[in-house]
Design a protein around this ligand. Structure first.
Ligand code: NAD
Length: 272
């Protein structure tokens, strides 16, 4: 007897993944496409990276387009949403994933480092979320496609709750994303727009390569992860699919930590 086909969870939905050309964003783009979404893979500089993700999606039988924009620049974000509307008519899912680190000890951190990180991690999420919400409201409900009029997923971090010495700009940007996400969720719920965050722990991507360079560094990182392994972009892709799908239709205004237990204060596991 033939195995019945598993229905795809995001059929006929249009998704935008910012920073989709590498790391977690690429993993999320592949996972959304595998569930039937048409995925816009945003990139700021890496046209080759975005093209490779688009190609991988197409080779797996999915549909994707690359779209350039620096998410910290309002005009570029507006132009990106215009391109999506022209190509596909509307948007159903935004994954606000772009993010950078620009680390320094607090006493040495420059205003430029502070502003760069806020510009991409916080202003970038605000600009893209605002444009996505405007598009959801303009288009209105499409209950035959999804119970929610639109879904916004913010890529936060365990550092929305765990302070991080030497990375103050990054930790503040992620703490800010928590209030951005919750306030948007509160304001947009009457329009049936769901807004949630994913809080990844340590996921193997270019952003943290230096923290995993040597076996000693990797061992030290693992002491922070009770579950005993470093995460993969695909771990986050699965969470993003669930948050974007109707399976999570009653979930809004929350951060789903996918961190192997990093937020469980593992230092206290052995009596503190
Ligand atoms: P990454 O460096 O591979 O991804 C960051 C992406 O953001 C890249 O594709 C980059 O091109 C893009 N980007 C940077 N500046 C941009 C801009 N101005 N406009 C548009 N895109 C821009 O690293 P990653 O680990 O995949 O990070 C993705 C997200 O996950 C980030 O928000 C990061 O803070 C978050 N995160 C990562 C980890 C981890 O352990 N890897 C943990 C927690 C949170």
């Amino acid at each position: 007897m033939a195995t019945p086909a598993i229905p795809q969870r995001l059929t006929n939905q249009i998704a935008l993944v910012t920073g989709g050309s590498s790391g977690i964003g690429a993993g999320v783009a592949l996972a959304l496409a595998a569930e039937g979404a048409t995925v816009f893979v945003n990139y700021s500089h890496s046209a080759d990276g975005a093209a490779a993700v688009v190609k991988e999606i197409e080779q797996a039988g999915g549909k994707a387009f690359a779209v350039q924009a620096d998410v910290s620049k309002e005009q570029q974000v507006l132009a990106m949403f215009e391109q999506i509307r022209k190509q596909c008519g509307t948007l159903h899912i935004l994954v606000n994933n772009s993010g950078i680190q620009d680390d320094a000890p607090f006493l040495e951190m420059t205003l430029e480092q502070w502003e760069n990180v806020m510009g991409v991690n916080l202003t970038g999420q605000f600009l893209c979320a605002r444009e996505a919400a405007r598009e959801f409201v303009r288009r209105g409900p499409q209950p035959e496609i999804s119970r929610a009029t639109g879904k916004i997923i913010c890529m936060s971090s365990v550092h929305e709750v765990i302070p991080w010495a030497g990375h103050v700009n990054y930790a503040v940007s992620k703490g800010g994303i928590m209030q951005l996400m919750k306030s948007m969720a509160q304001e947009l719920a009457p329009q049936r727009i769901r807004v949630n965050s994913i809080g990844p722990g340590a996921i193997a991507t270019p952003i943290n390569r230096e923290a995993r360079d040597t076996p000693e560094e990797e061992k030290s990182l693992l002491t922070l992860i009770p579950y005993g392994r470093i995460g993969e972009p695909a771990d986050i892709g699965k969470v993003a699919v669930w948050l974007a799908s109707d399976e999570s239709d009653y979930v809004t205004g929350t951060t789903l930590f996918a961190d192997g237990g990093m937020t469980l204060y593992p230092g206290f596991a052995d009596n503190g």
